[in-house]
Write a protein that binds this ligand. Structure first.
Ligand code: MN
Length: 268
């Protein structure tokens, strides 16, 4: 499978200066709550239902859980601002249309840019959060016997796979913004592939050999690492292995091997 390198402008820390820890909202009085509930009910009764309401899944850990490998301000921005923007835009783009599971939405995403960029962005980030875990927990996880065997078959061993991964994640391979993926390809073998922007291997037309099913993915957009690593993307890529939750990757591997479908994510 061929690595895809596409030059593209990088959304370089567009929201850095807007970083703020939100202050807690004051508690509403019971009367205000009652009025709000009534108004919400009235609105729901008058307006057509919004069919597509994808949601922002909470991080399954605290913002600072992945430190020192990924810093809390980066996690907060990345989840609350960047992911949330993809979410808002995919909800806008699909409003009033029949609800399609976010995994299934990926298949024909190249036919419509809002789906490709925002639907891809929502799926990719929801996938990404759940494959990570605090180092204290992550360090006690490892590839299952089945996954380790598949890694050996495709790459030699885990270290050799990480070397290939580092090469695929390097700025020369994914130029600008994009992702690196460990995928199950049609022949049931593992491959490492890079995709530009918010494309992913589930989208028909992104990989030249057809769709493939991600079991691990790494965001190499600058917004994913720049606050802590600046131009040192390779250092971020190396550090990130410390927070990979292999229990989840094993689960993903079992799922795609059995179903030949994209892994479901939270946020539908
Ligand atoms: Mn991102």
């Amino acid at each position: 499978m061929k690595l895809i390198s596409i030059a593209c402008a990088t959304a370089f820390l567009s929201s850095t200066s807007a970083y703020n820890v939100p202050s807690p909202k004051p508690a509403a009085s019971s009367r205000r709550v009652a009025l709000k509930t009534f108004t919400a009910g009235l609105t729901a009764a008058l307006l057509p239902a919004t069919a597509n309401a994808y949601t922002l899944p909470d991080l399954p850990y605290a913002y600072d859980a992945l430190e020192p490998y990924i810093d809390a301000p980066t996690m907060k921005f990345h989840h609350d601002k960047h992911h949330n923007t993809y979410l808002t835009n995919i909800n806008k783009a699909t409003e009033g249309k029949p609800q399609v599971n976010i995994v299934d939405l990926q298949t024909n995403a190249l036919e419509a840019n809002p789906i490709r960029n925002s639907g891809g962005g929502h799926y990719n980030h929801a996938f990404f959060w759940d494959e990570m875990e605090a180092h204290d927990k992550a360090k006690n996880t490892a590839p299952s016997t089945a996954l380790a065997a598949a890694i050996s078959k495709s790459f030699g061993d885990l270290d050799a796979m990480k070397e290939k991964w580092a090469a695929a994640a390097a700025p020369g391979a994914v130029f600008g913004s994009g992702w690196v993926w460990l995928v199950l390809a049609a022949n049931d073998e593992l491959h490492i592939v890079g995709t530009p922007n918010q494309d992913n291997p589930l989208m028909k037309g992104v990989l030249k050999d057809g769709v493939a099913f991600p079991i691990l993915g790494l965001d190499v957009w600058e917004h994913a690492y720049y606050l802590n690593y600046q131009n040192r993307r390779p250092d971020y890529v190396t550090a990130w292995w410390n927070v990979v939750n292999w229990d989840k990757v094993n689960e993903n591997y079992e799922y795609v091997l059995k179903n030949h479908k994209g892994v479901p994510v939270r946020g539908n």
